[in-house]
Design a protein around this ligand. Structure first.
Ligand SMILES: NC(=O)c1ccc[n+]([C@@H]2O[C@H](COP(=O)([O-])OP(=O)(O)OC[C@H]3O[C@@H](n4cnc5c(N)ncnc54)[C@H](O)[C@@H]3O)[C@@H](O)[C@H]2O)c1
Length: 367
């Protein structure tokens, strides 16, 4: 018999998870969402097998429930689930970007039919809604699991099996570790990206050509500011204490930087920038020994003409080098090359370099 899995909240993340899990013939996907139109699309596009407009009815049918609504709504759904009378056991998970408040809600649940295992698939997009869902969204991504202390290893294995088709790398963390790390590498950078955009907007009043100059570095560093504002407000609210601590840390750091500038302290400034560069350059190497996948980049200068990128990609395909990421860099002034190709290991990086070089491309592996 097939496993009945309910996904509640069929937006970008819920829809993508449903699509991935549906690839397994053992999974039968039920869907619930507050928006009727979303449910209709999910059925029409065969993202789910069955749709439900009543949460309780859907829960009663499922052995596994994955909540993929915004964080505050997820907590409400957990409270609702706690009150449902069940005659079978359920593994309950979620996808929320913050885990502390979710685990707190899980620990308050008294329904002994329910075992909670928190989840956070760490991939996304600046888009929202079911139309943006993709079955391959989580391939090679980290999928953090934060089980409750009473959860058995057996149940964690069941959940991993259900999620196998996401092709992600599972990593078990406690909620505090998760929230501290994600606030540093994801949530806080988002806040800074938004503040940089505000700064540019303010200065545009004085310099009308500023948007024209805002290419390359500025676009790279502020890309995440284009994401769903409601979702990010929800994340900031649920990780508020940590965000406030980091912001204070950042303000102190900016005061130090201001002092370097005001006192024209060249040596200190070079040391500061050099330490940042070394740490940033080494980030990929550090992750090779851990659970995080690392990418190796190759930069290649391509002409601005039709088919230029296809030719580069074809050369790598002929050598059976798998490209994990491809990016057109919008300026050519800081590095030698305008196309960045990411491969998964150093050997492929060198092979890609060689094949492109042999075909007379201007190529480098140093950013
Ligand atoms: N977007 C990302 O990059 C990303 C990455 C990882 C995790 N997450 C987490 O995933 C969750 C969903 O984010 P998303 O990007 O898919 O948002 P989304 O806006 O694309 O989708 C949310 C869906 O939930 C539905 N919904 C809202 N309240 C509901 C309720 N009470 N019951 C059932 N459905 C409800 C909405 O109708 C919508 O279809 C959030 O908790 C977020 O923290 C997001």
């Amino acid at each position: 018999m097939k496993r009945k899995i309910l996904v509640a909240g069929l937006g970008l993340i819920g829809g993508s998870l449903a699509l991935a899990m549906k690839k397994s013939p053992e999974n039968h996907i039920l869907g619930f969402d507050l928006q009727k139109e979303t449910l209709q699309i999910a059925l029409e596009e065969q993202i789910i097998d069955e749709s439900y407009t009543n949460f309780e009815e859907a829960v009663k049918q499922a052995k596994i429930v994955i909540l993929a609504a915004p964080i505050s709504e997820t907590i409400k759904l957990m409270k609702k689930m706690d009150t449902i009378e069940l005659n079978h056991d359920i593994i309950l998970s979620d996808v929320s970007s913050v885990k502390g408040s979710i685990l707190q809600a899980a620990n308050e649940m008294i329904n002994n039919r329910i075992t909670f295992i928190g989840g956070h698939p760490m991939a996304g997009s600046h888009k929202a809604g079911i139309q943006a869902a993709k079955g391959h969204l989580f391939e090679n991504a980290i999928y953090v699991l934060t089980p409750t202390t009473s959860c058995s290893n057996g149940k964690i294995e069941v959940l991993k099996e259900v999620l196998k088709e996401t092709k992600s790398n599972f990593l078990i963390l406690n909620p505090e570790e998760h929230d501290e790390m994600t606030s540093v590498i994801s949530h806080f950078p988002h806040l800074i990206a938004s503040s940089l955009v505000h700064q540019a907007k303010k200065w545009e009043q004085m310099h009308q050509y500023l948007p024209e100059l805002a290419a390359g570095g500025f676009r790279d560093i502020t890309r995440i500011a284009s994401s769903n504002p409601k979702m990010w407000q929800d994340i900031f609210q649920h990780n508020g204490e940590q965000m406030s601590r980091l912001l204070q840390d950042w303000i102190n750091e900016m005061v130090t930087l201001k002092e370097f500038l005001d006192k024209n302290n060249k040596e200190e400034m070079i040391v500061y920038l050099d330490q940042a560069k070394k740490y940033r350059d080494g980030l990929g190497e550090k992750t090779t020994r851990g659970a995080l996948p690392s990418f190796y980049d190759v930069y290649v200068d391509v002409k601005d003409q039709p088919g230029a990128i296809a030719s580069v990609v074809q050369l790598l395909a002929d050598e059976e080098i798998s490209i994990r990421n491809i990016r057109i860099l919008e300026i050519r002034d800081s590095i030698n090359g305008a196309l960045r190709l990411s491969v998964t290991n150093q050997k492929d990086q060198q092979r890609a370099y060689n094949v492109l070089k042999n075909n007379n491309y201007d190529v480098t592996i140093e950013a």
